[in-house]
Design a protein around this ligand. Structure first.
Ligand code: FPP
Length: 247
């Protein structure tokens, strides 16, 4: 497969809402869970594409704090699928130089212990990798993350005068994670869905109609190009405000 490198100024951090698995499956007369399974090759093609483009952080929304309300079969499928995926893919990610990080509430008793073990294995195996950090937003909610940050600040006994944006940032789940320049949402939905509420405050959003199982590194490159075109227009607008209308 041809590579997708060569794009100028790849964003440092791209975050993705992988949406549309259920609709992809419905359109084919399949069960929704088969849509999730079909999302795995898409995700790994995107990992390869992100590495080729020099993206340093890739965050993917794999399970939200709201997803527990889906039917029991789908929830348990997703839990088992995560276990299976980590077992099958962890060596590949390691060989690619990818550091795996899970971000979310992992203290939730509904998460099967075997999944917590596989998460720990993958994180430990890949901890020293430096090519790219891949963040699995799992049992993640942006509001929950902010609540957890506030709680830990209060528990530390911090004086209210000392609370500022920097301090809140230091108490988010991954303090050294740079804010994403670009958030991509697939399947045409135009919502933030409680994703990276603090971190994406200034992010560009690109919504693509493509359903997640049909997404790949080329669609990733197209989304990055759309983001880069916006960046260039922003440069022009700044010039125009200075009296230069050529941008
Ligand atoms: C949203 O589609 C997707 C999810 C809730 C799960 C994401 C899971 C994958 C992409 C599978 C591969 C990756 C991992 C790490 C397990 P949806 O079900 O909301 O789709 P719909 O809006 O069409 O119903």
């Amino acid at each position: 497969m041809p590579e997708v490198s060569g794009l100028s100024q790849a964003p440092t951090h791209v975050a993705i809402i992988m949406d549309g698995n259920g609709r992809w499956a419905n359109a084919r007369g399949l069960h929704r869970t088969q849509g999730h399974a079909a999302g795995e090759p898409a995700l790994f093609d995107v990992v390869h594409g992100a590495l080729e483009m020099g993206i340093e952080w890739l965050t993917v929304y794999t399970f939200s704090t709201e997803n527990w309300s889906r039917d029991e079969y789908e929830v348990s499928f997703l839990m088992e699928f995560n276990v299976d995926l980590l077992e099958r893919r962890r060596d590949e990610l390691n060989e690619l130089g990818v550091r795996v990080i899970f971000m979310g509430d992992l203290d939730d008793p509904r998460i099967p212990p075997v999944l917590l073990d596989r998460i720990r294995d993958a994180e430990e195996l890949t901890a020293d990798n430096t090519k790219m950090s891949m963040v699995f937003a799992f049992n993640y909610g942006g509001r929950r993350e902010i609540v957890d940050a506030v709680r830990s600040i209060v528990e530390d006994g911090v004086d209210s005068d000392a609370v500022d944006e920097g301090l809140i940032r230091q108490h988010l789940y991954i303090p050294d994670m740079p804010d994403p320049e670009l958030v991509i949402r697939t399947s045409g939905e135009q919502r933030t869905s409680n994703y990276l509420l603090w971190e994406a405050a200034y992010s560009e959003y690109v919504v693509t109609e493509v359903l997640w199982p049909d997404f790949d590194r080329y669609e990733l490159a197209r989304c990055v190009e759309e983001y880069q075109a916006r960046e260039r227009r922003f440069g022009g607008a700044v010039d125009a405000s200075l009296g230069d209308s050529s941008g």
